[in-house]
Design a protein around this ligand. Structure first.
Ligand code: PGA
Length: 253
C-alpha cells in the first residue's frame, strides 16, 4: 500500500517571515485531526532552516526538502550546494531534475542521473522529475521522451533505490492552469510504473511513489488521486497559500 504524498514546491518564492507565517496558517487550517497524506515542502535554500523550525512546531509531521542539489561532495562549483551540506542542517530530501532546472539551467538526463545516484548513495531522498513539453506531446513523442528521462534515472539509481520517488510533470501543465486530465496523467504513470517494473522488478514498481505535478489544485487533486498509479502531487502555485494546500490535504481520502 503506497501512502499518498503531497509535496509543495515553492520555487523561488517567499522570505523568512512569509515562510514562518505560512506554516503557522497551515497548522491552523489543518487542525489536529489526523491527515491521510505525508506532507513535504521543497523550499529555497535560504528558507530551509526557518521552514524546518516552523514545520516542527506544527501538529502534523511536515518534511522540508531542497529544490536542487549537486552530485559532488565539495569543491570549485560556485553557486552549488552539496548533499553533505543539506544533511548538515538536517535536510534529507531534494527535488532533482525539475523541468525548470532542465529548461533554464541546462540539466540533462545525465546530470539528473548523477544527482539521483549521489542522493541515494548518501541517504538523501531524491524526488526525480520527468515530463514532456507540449511540442514533444504534439509530435507524438511523449513516451519516447519520458522513457529516456526515466531510463537515465533508473540506470543511475541502481539497486540502492529504496528512497527514490518519481514525479511526472508534463511541462505544458506546469504553471499554466492546464492540468492533465485524470486519464492522461494515469496513462503516463502506468507507462512509468511499467518501465520501473521492467528494470527494477515488479515488487519495487509496486512500492514506488509516483507523484503527478502540473497545475494540481484543490479542485482537481481528488480526481487525480482516484487513479491507480497516481500516489500524490507535486504542487507549485497551490502550495503557496496555506488554505489551498490544506484543502488539498483534506481531499486525500
Ligand atoms: P504548478 O507547478 O503546480 O504551479 O503547475 C508544479 C511544479 O512545477 O512542481
Amino acid at each position: 500500500m503506497r501512502r499518498t504524498l503531497l509535496a509543495g514546491n515553492w520555487k523561488m518564492n517567499k522570505a523568512q517571515a512569509e515562510a514562518g507565517a505560512f506554516f503557522h496558517d497551515l497548522d491552523r487550517e489543518l487542525g489536529s485531526t489526523p491527515v491521510k497524506a505525508d506532507i513535504l515542502f521543497a523550499v529555497p535554500f535560504t528558507l530551509l532552516e526557518r521552514a524546518k523550525q516552523a514545520a516542527a512546531a506544527c501538529h502534523h509531521s511536515i518534511h522540508i526538502a531542497a529544490q536542487n542539489v549537486h552530485w559532488e561532495s565539495h569543491g570549485a562549483y560556485t553557486g552549488e550546494v552539496s548533499i553533505g551540506m543539506l544533511k548538515d542542517i538536517g535536510i534529507y530530501a531534494s527535488l532533482v531534475g525539475h523541468s525548470e532546472r532542465r529548461q533554464y539551467f541546462g540539466e540533462s538526463n545525465d546530470t539528473v542521473g548523477k544527482k539521483v545516484a549521489a542522493c541515494l548513495a548518501q541517504g538523501l531522498t531524491p524526488i526525480a522529475c520527468v515530463g514532456e513539453t507540449r511540442a514533444e506531446r504534439e509530435a507524438g513523442r511523449m513516451q519516447e521522451v519520458v522513457s529516456a528521462q526515466m531510463l537515465a534515472i533508473l540506470k543511475y539509481a541502481g539497486s540502492q533505490n529504496e528512497k527514490l520517488i518519481i514525479a511526472y510533470e508534463p511541462v505544458w501543465a506546469i504553471g499554466t492552469g492546464l492540468t492533465a486530465t485524470d486519464t492522461q496523467a494515469q496513462e503516463v504513470h502506468h507507462l512509468i510504473r511499467g518501465q520501473i517494473a521492467s528494470i527494477l522488478g515488479s515488487a519495487r514498481a509496486d512500492t514506488m511513489t509516483i507523484l503527478y505535478g502540473g497545475s494540481a489544485n484543490p479542485a482537481n487533486i481528488a480526481g487525480l488521486l482516484t487513479q491507480k498509479d497516481i500516489d500524490g502531487g507535486l504542487v507549485g502555485g497551490a502550495s503557496l497559500k496555506a488554505k489551498d494546500f490544506a484543502a488539498m490535504v483534506r481531499a486525500v481520502k
